[in-house]
Design a binder for this molecule. Structure first.
Ligand code: ATP
Ligand code: MG
Length: 414
């Protein structure tokens, strides 16, 4: 079927208010959009004050709309029909456009025309009537309501062509990617951390994922699950870096030392130390986790306090006061939920003591750590053996060979 749409109109969000950053923010969106449109070479980007237009030029509207909905900083997208700036063309286009919409038994509407090109012979006000009349004649279901219409047909008359649109599709919003700095995300295979990562990205952070695995105690499938989660997050970024950290030696060094109820505390502190080192290498300035206050023993205030002392970087916990039910809803919305609930074990669920402490003592924790032989060397080794991959949304998993080589993109664009 012939698509009724010729263009997409992308509107920018709250950052447009912030005067001197605006250029930088708009540039970031432009770069992001350009990267996402690479598979659609005929699509052209037109930049305008506070907006972008994508001239589809024959490229398919639905998949393009789907990827562009994920661009942070874009609040809404309207599919646009384009016609010549001649009265007859505009009214015919309006009838055709509205005819393709789903109209109820009675649908209220208004026309909101704007004459951008002042040489056009009819004023905006006249155009509202000139377009509205044939619509009322053609569609008996339509009724005018200028205050609160169900359909507001916007018509922008420009010198060369006229744009018509009425739908407004919600997009990701927030701040453009990477415009507020870079952070490391502790990504487990659970429900919370991917949502925390999304929230951080939506706030303008470039996020790199760090995952700890304990092969052979955790399976290849558990690792693939995390790669898949990073893949879903990369749909919002174009690509994402994932650091896979071997954690077996460190984890096993905490067992059998007679401090079982502190194992999780030690593990989390080791994770933060390693992540801080990776952050330094990558120039990241914060660590993001999926912690939510009181959810488990390691997420009580005393636990978070003792764990957090293992790093000097700010710990960002976007979900700290969010209820589990709301986290689940967000996970469903961003597309990570179905993968997160796959049953593969996380390294933290192994060796979990019967009664992990909810109130660890910092001095005792530090003292025990100091007596562990070679902990620092093990941390150094884990950093050294960390494998870094760049994940893209279209990456295919091959369970026998791990990742398919050709789908791991090397170049960086953000
Ligand atoms: P999630 O659903 O994100 O796993 P959770 O409620 O299961 O969270 P925990 O398993 O206690 O909570 O983990 C708390 C946080 O620690 C996670 O949100 C994540 O940021 C980090 N984390 C836990 N395990 C790992 C891991 N194997 N690799 C990287 N980060 C981890
Ligand atoms: Mg978990």
């Amino acid at each position: 079927m012939n698509s009724p749409y010729d263009m997409l109109l992308l509107r920018f969000g709250e950052f447009t208010l912030k005067g001197k950053n605006r250029n930088r923010f708009e540039k970031s969106i432009l770069t992001h959009v350009r990267a996402l449109l690479k598979p659609y070479p005929n699509a052209k980007i037109l930049k305008e004050y506070g907006r972008l237009y994508i001239d589809l030029n024959g490229e398919p509207v639905t998949p393009i709309l789907d990827v562009l909905k994920k661009v942070f900083g874009v609040v809404s997208i309207s599919p646009v029909k384009v016609c010549r700036s001649e009265l007859e063309d505009i009214t015919a286009a309006a009838v055709d456009f509205i005819g393709r919409s789903e109209l109820g038994e009675q649908t209220t509407f208004k026309v909101n025309a704007r004459r951008v090109w002042k040489a056009f012979p009819h004023s905006s006000q006249e155009m509202n009537h000139l377009i509205g009349s044939p619509l009322l004649r053609n569609f008996s279901q339509l009724k005018v309501d200028v205050k609160n219409p169900e359909i507001e047909l916007r018509v922008e008359i420009r010198e060369n062509r006229t744009y018509l649109f009425h739908e407004s599709i919600e997009a990701a919003g927030g701040f453009p990617l990477g415009t507020n700095g870079k952070a490391m995300l502790l990504l487990s295979g659970g429900i919370d951390s991917p949502v925390a990562g999304f929230s951080a990205m939506r706030r303008g952070l470039e996020v790199q994922c760090v995952h700890f695995y304990s092969y052979p105690f955790t399976s290849q499938q558990a690792k693939e699950k995390v790669i898949e989660l990073a893949g879903i997050l990369s749909g919002y970024a174009g690509q994402i870096k994932l650091h896979l950290v071997p954690f077996t030696d460190i984890q096993t060094s905490f067992t059998g030392i007679g401090q079982d109820n502190l194992i999780i505390t030690f593990m989390r502190r080791a994770m933060l130390r390693i992540t801080s080192r990776l952050a330094e290498q990558e120039g990241a300035q914060a660590i993001v986790t999926g912690d939510s206050l009181g959810q488990v023993a390691s997420q009580t205030l005393p636990s978070m306090n003792v764990i957090g002392r293992a790093t000097e970087l700010p710990l960002l916990r976007p979900l700290i006061t969010t209820d589990k039910q709301n986290i689940i809803e967000m996970a469903k919305k961003i597309g990570t939920y179905e993968t997160s609930i796959l049953p593969f074990e996380d390294c933290c669920t192994l060796f979990v003591p019967k009664s992990p402490t909810t109130n660890p003592n910092l001095r005792i924790v530090q003292k025990v750590e100091a007596t562990l032989p070679g902990l620092q060397a093990k941390i150094d080794l884990a950093v050294e053996q960390t494998e870094t991959v760049i994940i893209t949304p279209d990456m295919q998993l091959d369970s026998e060979q791990g990742m398919k080589k050709e789908s791991v993109v090397k170049e960086e664009w953000f």
